[in-house]
Design a protein around this ligand. Structure first.
Ligand SMILES: [Fe+2]
Ligand SMILES: [Fe+2]
Length: 310
């Protein structure tokens, strides 16, 4: 029997599957979920707790799986959909996460990159028109400390922050979103455990950590299809206006404004996704620890967004 792998991040929502799903244990494919089931609530939660990224279907069922994806995403983006906005947000978040995983898994895959790029403009349009979507997206816990999930959260927050700051060029914002989604490209396949406060890292680990923007940007720049702003955001997302960021220690005037927006929202989701900061403390902590690192206007605007949506 031959099997094809599928991404767990695409299995969202209340729609029933019409294919069997297998997990691979010791080189054996074990039936995990039967046709007719769905991935609601607890089932998806348990799956994420297992930190499983890929599952399997019979190769013969690939067309059914693609139909499932297609109808899920179409229904989610349909503004007249009878599904709840919470459910639609979950499906769309999952689809975005799958885009991020595809590109980070294989940055050389130009098709995956273009798919992620067009997915981003649809995603931002959705966030723009559905006022409650951001809150539902932020509510989805990053239980497996996924770099791709983190990227989607940073992209969502960046869109809101750019809007609040009056950065209204939709083409540039789309590229910013893509850069935000892929900003930690280097972490995706790294063995360094990044999901902990930097204060817990040894000096040697910190040294490796501080190279992740440069190495990620190099990977992106090597592939000719990466847009320049995307590469720039990967390179500069850890820079801060006091010149104490990394890898280059740039001063404010030298940091790309879009990279600064992403840097600021990344700072927030690092607290939530990787440092286990209680959500009710994030907004306050942002101002205390972010002051001096990011412009006050950015911090205040981001606080407003968090107070409304977190
Ligand atoms: Fe980073
Ligand atoms: Fe990050």
């Amino acid at each position: 029997m031959s099997y094809s792998s599928i991404r767990v991040s695409t299995l969202r929502g209340d729609q029933h599957i019409d294919f069997d799903i297998y997990v691979k244990i010791n080189d054996k494919h074990i039936l995990y979920l039967r046709q007719g089931d769905s991935f609601e609530g607890d089932r998806l939660k348990r799956l994420k707790e297992k930190k499983l990224k890929k599952m399997f279907i019979l190769a013969d069922h690939e067309a059914r799986y693609r139909n499932y994806l297609q109808s899920n995403i179409e229904a989610a983006y349909d503004s007249k959909s009878t599904k709840s906005i919470e459910n639609r947000s979950q499906i769309i978040q999952g689809a975005q996460q799958a885009h991020a995983e595809e590109v980070m898994d294989n940055p050389g895959d130009q098709f995956a990159y273009e798919q992620a790029k067009s997915g981003m403009s649809k995603f931002f349009e959705f966030l723009e028109t559905e006022q409650k979507a951001l809150a539902h997206i932020l509510k989805i816990e990053n239980m497996d400390q996924s770099i791709a999930h983190h990227g989607v959260t940073v992209a969502s927050l960046s869109q809101s922050l750019a809007k609040a700051l009056g950065m209204g060029d939709s083409k540039m914002n789309q590229l910013m979103g893509l850069g935000a989604m892929l900003h930690d490209l280097e972490h995706f396949n790294s063995s360094l455990v990044v999901a902990r406060p930097l204060s817990q890292m040894t000096e040697a680990e910190l040294k490796i950590y501080k190279e992740h923007p440069r190495l990620g940007a190099q990977k992106a720049a090597d592939k000719k299809h990466f847009d320049q702003l995307v590469t720039q955001i990967i390179m500069q997302h850890e820079e801060t206006v006091d010149g104490k960021g990394f890898p280059q220690g740039l001063v404010e005037a030298k940091i790309d404004p879009y990279a600064l927006v992403v840097g600021c929202t990344n700072f927030v989701d690092r607290m939530i996704s990787f440092e286990a900061t209680p959500r009710q403390e994030v907004s306050k902590k942002l101002l205390i620890t972010g002051l001096g690192k990011y412009p006050l206007g950015h911090l205040k605007a981001l606080q407003g967004i968090l107070n409304q949506n977190l």
